[in-house]
Write a protein that binds this ligand. Sequence first.
Ligand code: C2E
Ligand code: MG
Ligand code: MG
Length: 755
Amino acid sequence: MNKPPKKKSPASILAALEKREREIGVSRRALREKERTLATLMSNLDGMVYRCRNDEQWTMEFVSDGCFGLTGYRPQELLDNKLISFEELEHPEDRARVRQEIESAIKEKRRFFVEYRIQCRDGEIKWVWERGVGIYGRRGSVVTIEGFIENVTERKLSTQALQQAERSFRSIFENATEGIFQTTPDGRYLNVNPALARIYGHATPAELIGAIGDIQHQVYTDPIRRHEFMRLMREAGNVANFVSEIRRKDGHRIWISENARAVLDEAGNLLFFEGTVEDVTQNKIDQEKLEHLANHDPVTSLPNRLLMNDRLRQMMLNGQRTKSIVAVALVDLDHFKLINDTFGHNRGDQLLQTMAHRMLACVRETDTVVRLGGDEFVLLLSGAGRGEGMSQVVQRVLQAISRPSQIEGRELAVSCSVGVSIFPRDGRDVQTLLRNADTAMYKAKEYGRNNFQFYSPEMNTVIAERLEMQTSLRTAVENEQFELFYQPKIDLVSGRIAGMEALLRVKDKEGGLSLPDRFIQMAEETGLIVRIGEWVMREACRFNRSLLDQGFAPMRVAINLSARQLTRYDLVRVVKQTLKEANLPAECLELELTESMVMTEPENVILILGQLQALGIELSIDDFGTGYSSLSYLKRFPVTSLKIDQSFVRELDQQHSDHQNAAAITKAIISIGHSLDMKVIAEGVETEEQMSFLVKNGCDAMQGYLFSQPLPGAEFISLLQRETKGDGKFALLQQLCATLRDKAAPELVVDASNA
Ligand code: C2E
Ligand code: MG
Ligand code: MG
């Protein structure tokens, strides 16, 4: 049974009520205090706290003061969505996404986070970050949503800027034409760009990074380069234009240039290296080409003088160390100028190339063949002993050079003259060795070319002699210390003197005479030939006039011309003038030209010769067969006779090993001459056998010791007088010609000494 409740006294009830009231007051105060704190907190938040219903419009039930700062709307204006709903502030492009995120979070009962843009009252677009949560009722359905929206525009913009920067750096990295890398000190790749992968022959950066774990041995062809790289990094912290050869994936070697630096952490510890790589293979090739150009001759690709100086110095140093010798052989092609002038520079260059190859084939790999320029080459040979081995090499070169070569389908025989000086015997520096080799080479030329000479100190006197000769030639010109000798030309039909050739002699101090071979070349080199030539023409014309005056039948005097007289000088005017002064008919003068002279500038020469012919003088080609005439030009030259060179005539004798060749050439010249309507004369006829051959083969005239040597003017006159008188020797000669022509040669001897 239940006990009836104990009755409480009104006072105690009052007291209890008062107590209760006090308690409530305390908790209300506490609540108010809490609310105030909350309100302070919320209004200080840089953002807006909200609570809304989970209805269609997300009607706002609470909006904190932060709303104003964030959106420009007052909380009351958003409360109950009075003026505008928060969703309407959301950027139209973001709205659907925001809704979807919040709804799915609420459905899944999780917190939501969403970033999007809002448009503020003043139109400004801000980035906000909203996070919130659904508040669920007892039955588990969502009652409200509470959340916080904060302004993250600044952060967002700076991240965007950062991303933008990152994107553009990435693009530079990805699209650079230079390779970019980060590598570890132990030689692996951390990061490379596509360009580096491409330069190293890999398909992708990843492939490169995966394939190379040891830069030193897998990349550099010379692993020492990596040591050098590391050393520079240690010492300077960077490398600049560090050029090395590397191996690509396919094994190909290329040249790269690296610029890199060491990247350190704050404590100064090395983290990695980073830098760029450029493929400089083409530069390297270009540079090598340039260097090659500077050090080599463009025509033959042989080393030039510059490189020679260098190599010779090296070889001398080496020679000193190993007690061996070095030979400097100066090789000069004989008469190369003639070939160049006749065939043109292209063919001349071709010939130089051929000769260069031949010389290279004669020497060892350690030797050097240099082209000094023009037709001059130098061989640098190293060896032991006193040069015996060298002379074998030089001998081989002489043989190789003189092998016939083809130019424009024609066979050409070139020879060379070689002078050799030896280090250390003949000199201890480049200059001296070259000078002495040059001296020896001149000696070789003097010995008739196509030979070689070792330098000897006495040779220096040769140089001195040349200088002396130059001086004396000049004085000879000043003082007209000249004399003309005349050699008769014999008509092989009539056996009579048909003309004469004037040959120059120089009188020396002692009253002796020197032959033109010794001074004509020098006169040409020095230009003195022009004055000498004028003197010769004057004197020859004067002499011939005097013969006319003495009543001799008119005959021609032939004078020899030099190239310089023909083309670089107003020859036509001088000839005209001289004939006039001497009062000599033009028919009494003949000019002898050589093949090389007329073939040098044929078109120009044809003009000049035409003018000379128009004056009425005769023109002939001397030493025919030694140069390189073009038959088509020959036809166009107004030339009236060819003189077969004495080298062929000399070899016509049976005793001569080459007589068959000489005979064939002589016959050919006679027939060419005749077919071009020219007379053919043989020079240097010394034997009856030669004469007999010439007569039998229809040669028109001859000149030579067989009948007479060149004679001083007075002696020539007495020879003419003897002929006029019908001297026996002349009668014999005439008879001989007649019978030979009938191919029944009697045993007649023409004694030249008596003639
Ligand atoms: P060249 O015009 O061919 O003259 C012929 C040379 O052969 C002459 O030599 C002559 O003495 C020589 N000779 C003649 N008959 C015989 C012989 O039977 N046997 C041999 N072995 N030789 C013979 P030289 O007088 O010493 O003249 C040499 C060259 O010098 C000439 O060759 C000519 O090219 C040149 N020369 C001579 N005088 C002059 C001149 O006044 N002006 C120019 N520019 N050159 C000249
Ligand atoms: Mg002559
Ligand atoms: Mg001649």
